[in-house]
Design a protein around this ligand. Structure first.
Ligand SMILES: NC(=O)c1ccc[n+]([C@@H]2O[C@H](COP(=O)([O-])OP(=O)(O)OC[C@H]3O[C@@H](n4cnc5c(N)ncnc54)[C@H](OP(=O)(O)O)[C@@H]3O)[C@@H](O)[C@H]2O)c1
Length: 334
């Protein structure tokens, strides 16, 4: 077993508000020889996810990301060296490792990938954690059917677009909310939603009442804040809401108040919190369902790919500004 040298992206300071590129640095580090049970992985795709911002703010249930520490996220890569009998160099794996050219990972935390003709990068998007989040929300919490009208925010992203397409496959009517005409066009024309409201240019309540005068019966919420309240007070009575993410709050030190109890009572609504970690047992079902829809050409996905390790900070800034379009990834040449 040999030592190795790599570049690594670290957090320099806790971001104030929307992160900036100066909150990160790229440093050269030496990696010690592998211990038993460890492997070395050369990432080909890094996953950039909004929850990392909550780790930086010490507000995420998976742990904190502190100044001086390397950014750790899910990644797909190739094993270059192994000190574990179950894995060998050349295998493609997914797991959690550093934003780096080379990273050391415990073999127990890795899964090998076999998506057939589908690209391995999907293991970080619609066939990975975001796909599992959507699958859990649709199949376990909201359970939409042909009588339902489901609204989903951040509809062009990996979670939102998967929610909508899984709900469509169950016969529901689906309305997306997304930022800008390009995203809205993709949501309707490629992902097949019935309609998409552009929250940057349209009055959401007015447009929602035009589209669904009786009100939607379900809402999958990726944003929180004022948008959650707007949808809630315009829902059909006895509506169901899956609370998944709070994009509106991640960059803020203050918390949005959320809907008032009186508004929830008035709507007779049921609000359900969703944490993807509770649904690991559904991963195989999710992969076969979503991969099946992709292979049947009934499912669209998008990736927002930046090139090179050094682009990771700026790609993360764009994600937290809401300027990404599809699953945010960084591609590293192996
Ligand atoms: N609960 C869980 O276990 C779990 C697991 C995975 C993900 N999540 C959550 O699911 C949500 C979607 O995740 P994703 O990976 O699919 O992300 P994503 O959709 O690729 O990116 C987030 C999107 O949020 C939208 N957005 C709306 N308001 C925003 C604001 N104030 N600031 C910035 N962006 C805003 C933007 O799209 P538009 O411009 O189109 O609005 C942005 O592109 C996130 O909230 C994430 O934290 C939760």
């Amino acid at each position: 077993m040999t030592t190795a040298a790599t570049r690594q992206i670290r957090l320099v300071r806790t971001p104030a508000g929307i992160p900036t590129e100066e909150d990160f640095e790229c440093v050269a580090v030496a990696l010690p020889a592998l211990e038993p049970g460890q492997v070395r992985v050369a990432p080909t795709f890094l996953s950039l996810d909004p929850y990392l911002r909550l780790q930086m703010a010490k507000r995420h249930l998976s742990g904190n990301l502190l100044p001086g520490q390397p950014v750790i996220s899910e990644l797909v890569g190739t094993i270059t060296e192994s000190n574990d009998p179950r894995l060998e160099p050349g295998q493609t794996v997914a797991g959690f490792g550093a934003w780096a050219d080379l990273t050391t990972i415990a073999a127990d935390g890795l899964r090998t990938l076999d998506f057939g003709a589908l690209p391995p990068s999907l293991a970080l998007g619609v066939l990975g954690m975001p796909g599992l989040t959507a699958y859990a929300g649709v199949s376990e919490l909201l359970k939409p059917g042909p009588d339902d009208v489901l609204v989903v925010s951040a509809a062009a992203g990996p979670v939102g677009s998967t929610v909508g397409q899984l709900a469509l496959a169950r016969g529901a009517t689906v309305i997306g909310i997304a930022g800008g005409p390009e995203k809205c066009r993709w949501v309707v024309e490629e992902a097949g939603f019935s309609a998409c409201i552009d929250h940057r240019s349209e009055d959401i309540a007015t447009r929602l009442r035009e589209l669904v005068p009786q009100g939607p019966s379900q809402y999958f919420d990726n944003v929180g804040g004022e948008l959650l309240r707007t949808i809630l007070v315009n829902m059909k009575p006895h509506g169901r809401i899956a609370l998944c993410g709070i994009m509106d709050d991640y960059n803020s030190d203050t918390r949005s108040p959320g809907p008032l109890p009186l508004e929830i009572i008035g709507a007779r609504a049921t609000l359900m919190g969703l944490v993807v970690y509770d649904y690991e047992h559904l991963r195989a079902d999710m992969i076969s369902t979503v991969a099946g829809l992709i292979e049947a050409k009934k499912f669209a996905w998008r990736e927002d790919v930046s090139e090179g390790l050094e682009s990771a900070p700026s790609a993360f800034v764009r994600l937290m500004q809401g300027r990404n379009f599809g699953k945010t990834l960084v591609h590293l040449k192996s």
